[in-house]
Design a protein around this ligand. Sequence first.
Ligand code: NAD
Length: 457
Amino acid sequence: MIKLFNKLISSQKKFFHTGVTRSYDFRIKALDSLQKSILKFESSIYKALEKDLNKSAAETYLTEIGIALNEISFHKRHLKKWMKIKKVKSSLAQFPGKNYIYSEPYGLVLIIAPWNYPFHLCLLPLIGAISSGNTVVIKPSEHSAQSSSVIAEIISSTFKSEYISVVQGSVDESTALLEENFDYIFFTGSTQVGRIVMGAASKNLTPLTLELGGKSPVIIDSSANISLAAKKVAFGKIINAGQTCVAPDYLLIEESIEKQFITQFETAVNKFFFEDKSKDAMVRIVNKKHYNRLKNLLKDGDIVFGGKFNDDENFIEPTLIKNVTLKSAIMKEEIFGPLLPIITYSNIEEAIEYVRNFNKPLSLYIFSQSKENIDRILKNCSFGGGCINDVLMQLTNPNLPFGGIGSSGFGSYHGKKSFDTFTHYKSIFKQSGFFDMPLRYPPYSENKLKLIKKILK
Ligand code: NAD
């Protein structure tokens, strides 16, 4: 394949090797400039998200802009401390030398992002890559074209292309970028494309982070506050119309409280959207392909709430579906939409066994007041991260690393973890030039062996 982006990559490599991106002042100035540009382009971001996904200004601020601004502030507050050379203890064999860990940028970073939170999922990794001192190429999604254009405008008006650049396009552009030799790849998207990205990275042994998806369960037991659980699960399914990597995918609920939950879910949705849901500012399904896929999933099981749709607007109501089996199409893929299958269980072991039918999910949510049940689920289910008595909120704290496990991805970011992700920690042992311990050199006498054994045990 012709190397389409060779010129861009060469210019970024050259710029990186000037060393300017490494200084604290440069990184802080870049974070400041990004912060100012986001605020300058705030109204364009609202317009783009409205066109791409029918996202309201409030939801856009909450899930896209606010989260990015908060991350920038966090990095600015802590960067000096994170960048410091760290002195660590020496071993006896190193006497009288000293040991240090230097943090250094990887170099040239590629960020590939999806469409569902088009702004947030480009900007959050970018903030980490900037504070770690890298140069960056961003490939936003073709399915959120308006947002991708605004991101390109923000970046080109704020940074020189040899420092940070946006490549707009789809699979061809993404594939061509993956032909290049980056120093780090940060991919957010589907598990299927994650495999392709990892294959491409393996050619150059490029380290990478994969932020993928999966089927994230919610488990509710009879000790839970049911109305609160229903309200929060409804929120998790409604925000971005369920097109959220950490959205509750399916519900495991104790048999005895199922009916109550359905009633409370209905009450919560009606409170959020009053009468005619289609007229309210609920996010729409991103395109016809996904809309038709979701409409097909409505054919599975029995709808017990919702189920209406509007072909002209790519709108689907928040919908509860009962009587699905592991063979139903809706249980075979990540739903990524406002549909919630309900599965009942009679004891917590059954719920845990059910979760184990699937690959390790990105998130898991527990609604319970039973310490025993909570502990049992946490000990026996493997997943990226999650909440007890809430949904999605694990994302809002930069002190909590965010990432998956197994087929929901590997590596993590947010806050300090973003700095770590884009940083190579270089271990350096510094010996004094005056003393050279003779022990390591041949000839190895019996006495030397005894001494070595004393030191290395
Ligand atoms: P996707 O994998 O289709 O696309 C993601 C990016 O990869 C896009 O920029 C796209 O242009 C590019 N791409 C697509 N096909 C490619 C190929 N063959 N080769 C190279 N690049 C290619 O994902 P999507 O539909 O945009 O997003 C939805 C998925 O992302 C869901 O599975 C969701 O769970 C996941 N997701 C995960 C997170 C997370 O943080 N873990 C966040 C958001 C979304």
